[in-house]
Design a binder for this molecule. Structure first.
Ligand SMILES: [Zn+2]
Ligand SMILES: [Zn+2]
Length: 142
């Protein structure tokens, strides 16, 4: 196989190591079968279909062919987590906050989605700081 997965909308092939887009809505991001989009155009076209209100697109990177094949042959294989998938929020604190406020539990997916949101904010902040010719991200960049 010479591609990673097919776009959930147009069925075009998403190549290994290439950028793809995912949806911020958790029902589109099920671990077993997440929707993936080859372009923002494909992402946009699924939003009305799924009648999302606040859907956001997240930029992701497809795994390399080697990592993908290792995972196929050995499901327990854990690739090193790419920087764009790392957890950036303190899961225990988030869970504790929700528990204290509402007595509700928090699914692990929430932590991942929150991290994606944080990543998007930081990417924007980096761009703003770059434009301003700064080497430090300031509170006002966020
Ligand atoms: Zn597509
Ligand atoms: Zn969606």
């Amino acid at each position: 196989m010479n591609y990673w997965k097919k776009c959930s909308v147009c069925k075009n092939e998403v190549q290994f190591n290439k950028t793809y887009w995912s949806c911020s809505v958790s029902s589109c991001n099920k671990k077993s079968n997440p929707l993936i989009f080859c372009s923002l155009t494909c992402f946009d076209s699924h939003v009305p279909v799924m009648s999302h209100r606040d859907a956001g697109a997240f930029e992701n990177k497809a795994p390399s062919k080697i990592e993908f094949e290792k995972k196929q042959s050995n499901p327990a294989y854990k690739p090193t987590i790419p920087i764009d998938q790392e957890i950036l929020v303190v899961a225990s604190k988030v869970k504790e906050y929700i528990k204290n406020r509402s007595d509700m539990n928090t699914s692990q997916d929430v932590i991942e989605v929150l991290s994606q949101h944080v990543r998007q904010w930081l990417k924007h902040a980096i761009e703003r700081a770059k434009h301003a010719g700064r080497k430090t991200i300031l509170d006002r960049d966020i």
